[in-house]
Design a protein around this ligand. Structure first.
Ligand SMILES: C[S@@+](CC[C@H](N)C(=O)[O-])C[C@H]1O[C@@H](n2cnc3c(N)ncnc32)[C@H](O)[C@@H]1O
Length: 281
């Protein structure tokens, strides 16, 4: 059954997830609209939404000239957008094909970037240097079993005074039944360490299918997300919730500028995203 809670060891789950993400790369190359990046002023929708929020919490109000580490950078569209916005960027992902596509896109876009292949939970040991900003956005920590270890990587990657930014799917929304005709809770909001097992050969953009359909995700309540960052030593400086999402969680969601939202009558009933900005003092 999809979404069933299972006991699985991190290495086995990570391998299944990596094979699935590797398979998605050619599908996303076709569906992400990469040709738009031939226009040197093109910025991804995700970064258009994220940057004005992040900028408010940066010492000079801009990422211009700052060293920025983008965790779970996928095929680099957001990383390149951050480079175009002035940051010196390093993209980290565990999918070698994703990073190859990212590097090719950067070359074609004349954007400068460093790409590092690593499990995000090992990032501090693998990535060179320290950063002013660690950034991760949309479709990230659901793939990670251990948020304390995740937050420790972020703390270790940041310089003193550095800033962490995340925007991602709200865990309250992820607990809903994506197929139900009304907003109906179906999956656990609180995790118990077990993974949710999925068998889905589709992906969130385009029409192709993947060979490796089995994936594992972990539910993380807000208390666990914020708690992990605080326990690692970061200070929370901003928290927000949003009504729109860049991908279509449910077929009942309607298109809105730069994404999707529940039908108007339901839009105030449940958040779609959360945003956290935290500082390393
Ligand atoms: C939804 S995508 C990132 C989304 C990004 N906003 C985008 O659309 O380009 C999730 C990324 O996380 C990566 N990923 C998943 N688990 C990971 C792990 N344990 N370590 C590093 N990367 C991981 C996948 O390879 C994939 O590129």
């Amino acid at each position: 059954m999809d979404g069933q809670n299972v006991e699985i060891d991190w290495d086995a789950a990570r391998q299944a997830n990596r094979e699935n993400w590797d398979d998605r790369v050619p599908l996303h190359e076709a569906a992400y609209g990469l040709e738009a990046y031939d226009d040197p002023s093109h910025i991804s929708d995700v970064v258009i939404d994220d940057l004005p929020v992040l900028d408010r919490f940066l010492p000079d109000g801009s990422i211009q000239g700052l060293d920025l580490c983008h965790l779970q950078c996928h095929i680099g569209t957001d990383t390149i957008s951050l480079a175009r916005s002035g940051a010196v960027v390093t993209g980290v992902d565990f999918s070698a094909p994703a990073l190859q596509t990212a590097a090719a896109l950067a070359e074609r876009s004349r954007a400068s970037a460093t790409w590092v292949e690593s499990d995000v939970l090992d990032a501090r040991a693998v990535v060179d240097g320290d950063f002013d900003v660690v950034y991760t956005s949309i479709g990230t920590i659901c793939w990670l079993a251990d948020l304390d270890r995740w937050a420790e990587q972020i703390f270790g990657l940041l310089r003193p005074g550095g800033t962490f930014y995340i925007r991602d799917a709200h865990p309250a929304m992820l607990a809903l039944d994506e197929d139900a005709p009304t907003l109906t809770a179906r999956y656990p909001y609180f995790g118990d360490g077990r993974a949710q097992q999925w068998n889905d050969d589709s992906t969130y953009v385009g029409n192709g299918t993947v060979a490796h359909a089995r994936t594992y995700e972990w539910p993380h309540p807000l208390s666990e997300i914020i708690g992990s960052l605080l326990r690692a030593g970061l200070r929370l400086i901003h928290f927000d919730e949003g009504r729109t999402l860049p991908w279509q969680f449910s077929s009942r969601m309607v298109e809105v500028p730069r994404g999707y939202a529940w039908p108007q009558a339901e839009r105030d009933l449940i958040p779609c995203t959360y945003t956290i900005v935290a500082r390393k003092d």
